[in-house]
Design a protein around this ligand. Structure first.
Ligand code: CA
Ligand code: CA
Length: 600
């Protein structure tokens, strides 16, 4: 029996009811469920979560656009974020139900028709005077849940909008922007919770992760990432103690734990296999490490939190007693591999850390499996002791103590350090392709002169106690897109770039790795060889991660363009070297010009 004849046998009344239900369904916009979010990495028709899924692999199985067809990839539409706010566009678009939700600099959010680029609505957050974002007026993206689109703002608030109208449904203050708090990361959604961190590590804020009911914004738990601070949970609206993070004064002396930084400014990932949220934490405050003896947990680390209890299950510190501003905020990306010796499947996580080492960690318990350099000429450590999980520090690699014997008390011994504090990798996201078994890392090779100075904490003021100048290491490149084999522990190929790379990567079943450059190009490389197979000039620097999805049999690729972020503000000699780059603010969408043919 054919499909057609079976359909014709259906009772007439049933068809009418089914048709009526269909019409009702069409009139009502689709809501985003927990199942949609859990399955996001597998469903190629939408992108409902940051990272193309909570694990953050940034992998899509789509293969219509592939090594052979990508030469026919052409723009479909481009949309300008408008106004005078043309800088620092680090956002990843979300795609759902034919709509794109994309944030822009200065805490703006746009809803666009994904097919045509037509503007559906815009939300512009009213920012107060005196906000203190350390590293430009950026935002990295929104979250979708139920009928809401939720994002964090530069004045440290969370805003949930009706995704069909752009009207505010709930708003909640994370903390006081006047004390140096801000928020720039895309929220993580886990089992109906919206999970967020804080920015402000350069102002001595208290790092933490927070979970709220995504539908109402009501607090559920708060977990501090500076050891010694009390965690809380909310039971029937009552705030109750939920255990201290670690042990008071174990790794922080005196009262330093009250202003210890460890800001969770780049958000978190989630792994349903282990039911763990992996949050990266920033530098301990202040930068001058001689003022805070000890490991300074849980700074410059990955912290695994049980989302059901808000408790820390394990932590792994990538830079204990950090003295170089090596924020360990880099995303922890879950992946599985077969152990070459035992044949056993290992549940691991990969992290390309700001300190220049690529970490492979057992994600069930936080035990270090391997750590190897993904950038050259690292000065601060020779490597990692795999039995203890601790770095082997280079003698003399730490900037000196201004109060040491023979110093004047005002400026300690300057050291040249690589990577620079902007890192072997910064906010720009890595991607993992299960087909090639490789991570794609937007890396940078640069160094810095760094020295320490005295400093004391003052609310709302920079809390560094350090000075620095960033310098290029090579004449011909700073950025380099590197393919990293996490099992063999080596770099497989690289593709160099003159300016530092500051945008994330997308990798696909079509054998491609997409990423943008500050010079304005969105590029596609052959994921196996690193050879460039396509590029397009977007008109301004790309510092954001691309996404892809499929609709009506056609594969689309989108990326936000608009130079800015930390490099022009903090880059020293490097900022001068790239001051020819122009700012902007727009989103681009591409598809194959013959995709209807290609899909046959
Ligand atoms: Ca999806
Ligand atoms: Ca920092």
């Amino acid at each position: 029996m054919t499909q057609r004849s079976r359909k014709m046998k259906k009772p007439f009344a049933m068809s009418v009811i089914a048709a009526a239900l269909l019409v009702a369904g069409a009139a009502q916009a689709k809501e985003v469920s927990d199942a949609d979010i859990l399955n996001d990495a597998k469903t190629t028709g939408d992108v409902v979560h940051f990272g193309l899924g909570q694990q953050g692999q940034r992998y899509s199985a789509l293969e219509q656009v592939n090594v052979k067809t990508v030469k026919n990839l052409v723009p479909v539409w481009s949309f300008s974020f408008g106004g005078e706010k043309q800088r620092g566009q680090e956002s990843q678009p979300l795609i759902h139900d034919g709509k794109m939700f994309v944030t822009a600099s200065y805490s703006r959010l746009f809803a666009l028709d994904a097919k045509t680029g037509k503007k559906l609505w815009k939300y512009e957050h009213r920012l107060p005077e005196g906000i203190m974002p350390c590293c430009d007026v950026v935002n990295r993206g929104a979250a979708l849940y139920d009928n809401l689109v939720i994002f964090a703002t530069l004045d440290a608030q969370l805003v949930a909008l009706n995704k069909d109208t752009g009207k505010v449904v709930w708003k909640d203050k994370i903390d006081d922007y006047a004390a140096g708090y801000s928020a720039t990361a895309a929220p993580l959604i886990v089992k109906g919770l919206v999970i967020t961190g804080v920015s402000g590590g350069e102002f001595g804020v208290q790092g933490r992760m927070e979970a709220r009911d995504a539908k109402t914004g009501k607090m559920v738990w708060m977990r501090p990432t500076v050891e010694g601070n009390m965690g809380y949970k909310w039971v029937n609206g009552e705030k109750v103690e939920n255990g201290i993070s670690g042990t008071l004064n174990a790794t922080w002396t005196g009262d330093l734990w009250k202003t210890g930084g460890a800001a969770t400014w780049n958000g978190a990932t989630y792994d349903p296999d282990t039911n763990l949220v992996f949050a990266g934490t920033g530098n301990p405050a202040p930068w001058n490490s001689h003022l805070r003896p000890g490991d300074n947990l849980f700074s410059s680390a990955t912290v695994a939190i049980d989302p059901d209890t808000g408790k820390i299950v394990w932590h792994y510190q990538t830079t204990p007693h950090d003295g170089w501003d090596f924020d360990g905020v880099n995303e922890f990306v879950s992946f599985d591999y077969k152990d070459p010796k035992t044949g056993q499947i290992i549940k691991a996580g990969g992290k390309a850390d700001r300190n220049g080492f690529f970490f492979v960690i057992d994600r069930t318990n936080g035990k270090l499996i391997n750590a190897f350099p993904f950038v050259k000429d690292i000065t601060w450590a020779k490597g990692f002791d795999l039995s203890t999980g601790r770095p082997i520090y280079t003698e003399g690699g730490r900037p000196g103590d201004p109060t040491a014997v023979g110093e004047d008390g005002k400026k300690g011994k300057t050291v040249f350090s690589a990577p620079s504090f902007l890192g072997g990798k910064n906010q720009q996201q890595i991607a993992y392709n299960p087909k090639t078994g490789l991570f794609y890392v937007p890396a940078n090779e640069w160094g810095m002169d760094i020295w320490n100075e005295p400093v004391s904490y003052k609310r709302g003021a920079a809390y560094l106690g350090a000075g620095f100048t960033i310098k290029a290491l090579h004449d011909d490149y700073i950025g380099t897109l590197r393919a990293v084999d996490p099992v063999a522990g080596k770099i497989v190929w690289e593709n160099k770039n003159f300016a530092p790379l500051w945008g994330g990567v997308l990798t696909t079943g079509g054998g491609l790795s997409f990423y943008g450059t500050p010079e304005g190009f969105l590029k596609a490389l052959d994921a196996k060889t690193g050879k460039e197979v396509w590029s397009f000039q977007t008109g301004s620097g790309v510092v954001a991660p691309p996404v892809t999805w499929q609709e009506n049999g056609e594969q689309y690729v989108a990326v936000v363009s608009g130079w800015g972020g930390a490099v022009p503000l903090w880059g020293g000699d490097v900022a001068r070297r790239v001051n020819f780059l122009e700012q902007g603010g727009s989103v681009w969408v591409f598809k194959l010009h013959d995709s209807k043919v290609a899909s046959k």
